[in-house]
Design a protein around this ligand. Structure first.
Ligand SMILES: CC(=O)SCCNC(=O)CCNC(=O)[C@H](O)C(C)(C)COP(=O)(O)OP(=O)(O)OC[C@H]1O[C@@H](n2cnc3c(N)ncnc32)[C@H](O)[C@@H]1OP(=O)(O)O
Ligand SMILES: O=C([O-])CC(=O)C(=O)O
Length: 371
């Protein structure tokens, strides 16, 4: 038996949800560029869950279902107030809160297709409420109830800031949600599938996925990118900072990818938004620094930016706290996790690979007082 480190190149499942072929990303056969330019996030949710775009009445129904299910149990909101706020990362809070949602769902253990679809709607709807409520509670503010006439994207920003966003902010946030929704068998989606392939419940699958997304080699990179931009501080410092990191063989967050070789097709949309939004805010330096970092890392290492790189300056320009960047990724990616969880249940087999053993050969047990 021989192993492949990090399962690189291993095809571990079949899926009809999204594909990456020759650096082109599609959701159910629709090019990500087409969806980023035209689709609402709600349409993408429907597309991922049903493997087709919704008709107008189906889209209206999904929007209504999401609006009807955004409220979270008061017990979960009260629980936030008991967290050691100063030290809790919002991803940890979100992971705990999603697990808690399972406590209050009387159908949590019902594994019927109908109950699992209902759980998907509930989780998709409530994730925004959890992230925005936690963000407010930790600042001593009350959570804000969603407005049923707003889009998913606008509602998130409204529940976070208490103000209905401007059209350009809503458009940018919707695009970010569309771009992050699914990505074939990335680490968190694989984790979700491994978890539910034991026939564990939907909440367990999403909690497991949240744990995997949190790491800085995956979804956690977007927060690290902003940390790096803040550390660098100005365009003039980019050269020395990045060259020193590269010379020390340190990784530059937001660059590189296991699957893409020529580049992540999502990055250009985020770069464009970063340019627009930083200009709108009069804070072009974040974009200018990002472009310069991109030039150096792509030029010297042939490592193009991934989805996490320009999303950092986009979210910063939307006035979002930096440690909420990864939870926002989760608000979008839960749509993909749920699609994969439902697909796994529909054609399940336990996922149980093998390990190539590298420990000592056969040994004889020695009693403790003789060792
Ligand atoms: C949504 C997402 O999850 S997108 C990815 C988000 N993560 C990041 O942005 C973190 C930074 N990037 C990375 O750590 C990696 O590129 C990953 C994790 C995305 C992909 O990792 P892998 O496919 O396992 O590549 P691996 O880490 O083995 O890197 C291969 C080589 O490229 C180098 N490399 C890869 N990424 C980077 C980077 N961001 N900065 C500098 N060097 C890098 C490695 O040091 C390694 O060099 P070596 O062969 O000389 O040792
Ligand atoms: O696919 C991956 O390995 C990581 C990624 O870009 C994503 O999850 O969006």
């Amino acid at each position: 038996m021989t192993s492949t480190k990090g399962l690189e190149g291993v095809v571990a499942t079949q899926s009809a949800i999204s594909s990456i072929i020759d650096d082109t990303l599609t959701y159910v056969g629709y090019d990500i560029d087409d969806l980023a330019d035209h689709a609402s996030f709600e349409e993408v949710i429907y597309l991922l869950w049903h493997q087709r775009l919704p008709k107008a009445d189906e889209l209206a129904e999904l929007k209504q279902q999401l609006a009807d299910n955004m409220a979270v149990p008061q017990e979960v909101l009260n629980h936030f107030k008991t967290y050691p706020i100063d030290q809790v990362h919002p991803m940890t809070a979100l992971r705990t809160a999603v697990s808690m949602l399972g406590l209050y769902d009387e159908k949590a253990e019902d594994m019927s297709e109908e109950a699992n679809y209902l759980k998907a709607i509930q989780l998709q709807a409530k994730m925004s409420t959890l992230v925005t409520a936690f963000a407010r509670v930790r600042k001593g503010q009350e959570p804000i109830a969603p407005k049923s006439d707003l889009s998913f994207a606008a509602n998130f920003l409204y529940m976070l800031n208490g103000e209905v966003p401007e059209a350009i902010e809503e458009e940018a946030f919707n695009k970010a949600l569309v771009l992050h929704a699914d990505h074939e068998l990335n680490a968190s989606t694989f984790t979700a599938r491994v978890c539910v392939a034991t026939l564990s419940d939907v909440y367990s699958g999403v909690v497991a996925a949240l744990g995997a997304l949190k790491g800085p080699l995956h979804g956690g990179a977007n927060e690290q990118v902003m940390k790096m931009l803040m550390e660098i501080g100005s365009v003039d410092n980019v050269d020395s900072y990045i060259n020193e990191k590269l010379a020390n063989k340190e990784k530059i967050m937001g660059f590189g990818h296991r699957v893409y070789r020529k580049g992540d097709p999502r990055a250009k949309h985020l770069r464009e938004m970063s340019q627009k939004l930083t200009k709108l805010r009069g804070e072009e330096k974040w974009y200018e620094m990002s472009i310069k970092i991109d030039d150096i890392v792509t030029g010297q290492k042939n490592l193009p930016p991934n989805v996490d790189f320009y999303s950092a300056s986009v979210y910063h320009s939307l006035n979002i706290d930096h440690d909420l960047f990864t939870p926002i990724f989760a608000v979008s990616r839960v749509s993909g996790w749920l699609a994969h969880i439902l697909e796994q249940y529909s054609n399940n087999r336990l996922i149980r690979p093998r390990a190539e053993y590298t420990g000592p050969g056969m040994q004889k047990y020695v009693p403790v007082n003789e060792r």
